[in-house]
Design a protein around this ligand. Structure first.
Ligand code: ZN
Length: 123
C-alpha cells in the first residue's frame, strides 16, 4: 500500500500515483503543485486569510475568477485568461489565494488540468 508523501492519503491505483521531487504523491497534491508551482505571494495569502471571513477579503478580480468557475467550471487556464483578460502570473497569484482559502482548486478533465470551485455545486 502506497501513501501520499504530502497528505498521507492512501493511493490505491497506479494511475492516481504521481512523482513530485522524488516523492510519491496523490493526484490532489500533484494537481495542487502543478496549479500553484510556488507560493507566489505568501503575504497576499496571509492577509486574505486574516481579513477574509468567507469571501469578504477577496479582491474584485478574485471574485470574478470564482464567478467564472461557478458558471463554467471546470475551466482550463487559457479560457480563464482569455475571459478575464489577465496574464498567467496574475492568475496564479490569485489562484494561490483562492486555493489556500479552499474556494477554488485544480482538477483533471481527461489529460487537461482545469480549475473549478473547491466545493463543486454539481457534486
Ligand atoms: Zn496527497
Amino acid at each position: 500500500m502506497v501513501h501520499c508523501a504530502r497528505c498521507g492519503a492512501t493511493i490505491a491505483q497506479d494511475d492516481e500515483r504521481y512523482e513530485l521531487s522524488g516523492q510519491t504523491v496523490c493526484e490532489d497534491c500533484y494537481l495542487d503543485r502543478v496549479a500553484v508551482p510556488k507560493v507566489c505571494d505568501p503575504w497576499a495569502v496571509y492577509s486574505a486569510k486574516k481579513t477574509g471571513e468567507g469571501q469578504g477579503g477577496l479582491t474584485e478580480r478574485q471574485k470574478k475568477i470564482l464567478g467564472l468557475l461557478e458558471e463554467n467550471g471546470p475551466v482550463p487556464l487559457e479560457t480563464i485568461l482569455e475571459k478575464l483578460g489577465m496574464d498567467e502570473n496574475a492568475f496564479r497569484a490569485d489562484f494561490a489565494v483562492l486555493r489556500h482559502l479552499e474556494l477554488a482548486k485544480a482538477t483533471k478533465v481527461g489529460e487537461q488540468v482545469c480549475y473549478t470551485l473547491f466545493r463543486s455545486s454539481s457534486s
